[in-house]
Ligand binder design. Structure first.
Ligand code: ZN
Length: 193
């Protein structure tokens, strides 16, 4: 902290698994609680949060989220699903996303594993656009209009054949998708024309 050197912060994702975030800077020390305040970006380093306006503060908070919370959310969700798309079982991390069940803007839309699914790019977009839904009993439903369409292999195998299948679930119960959140999201899917 005194020499203002950049450090690497190893954020715990799961037992024995860490996500490195760097550079980070030690900003302050709370001796009574044995804690340090860390700035997760050089642009956040050395800024007194009390001296800046609300807009600047909001900007810094959103930067911290994108530097720290989004990557660690993604790492936690992918780890829970063994880097496998919950719908099609695609096993390529570079093609996978941590998808929210209820969105960020929803009061229950926290970036936590029970509000998330590991989905490949195609199924993430299809889920977000309500082209497919996931019932609270973990069964995939594809939009009826899509089921009636005839097209190439991606529509046939990538989407239509997923209808009626059960999603892959994390082994750990605490990491499984929350049924109440799935239900709320599924109702939105059903109500989307
Ligand atoms: Zn998929």
């Amino acid at each position: 902290m005194e020499t203002e050197l950049p450090l690497a912060y190893f954020v715990g994702i799961a037992p024995g698994m860490y996500l490195p975030v760097y550079p980070v800077y030690v900003e302050a020390e709370d001796q009574s609680r044995h804690e340090f305040a860390i700035a997760v970006d050089q642009y956040l380093h050395g800024i007194d949060l009390d001296s800046i306006d609300t807009f600047q503060r909001e900007y810094r908070i959103s930067m911290t989220k994108s530097r720290l919370h989004q990557p660690s959310f993604r790492a936690r969700v992918l780890h829970a699903y063994h880097s496998t798309c919950a719908i099609c079982r695609l096993h390529h991390a570079e093609l996978l996303d941590a998808a929210h069940i209820l969105p960020d803007s929803h009061p229950q839309g926290m970036p936590i594993v029970p509000n998330a699914l590991t989905l490949c790019k195609l199924h993430h977009a299809a889920y977000d656009r309500n082209l497919l839904g996931i019932r609270p009993d973990f069964i995939v439903e594809v939009k009826p209009e899509l089921l009636r369409e005839i097209d190439g292999p991606m529509l046939q195998h990538g989407l239509k054949e997923m209808h009626g299948t059960q999603i892959v679930l994390p082994k750990e119960r605490a990491s499984r998708p929350d049924r109440a959140r799935l239900l709320e999201r599924y109702e939105e899917f059903r109500n989307t024309k």
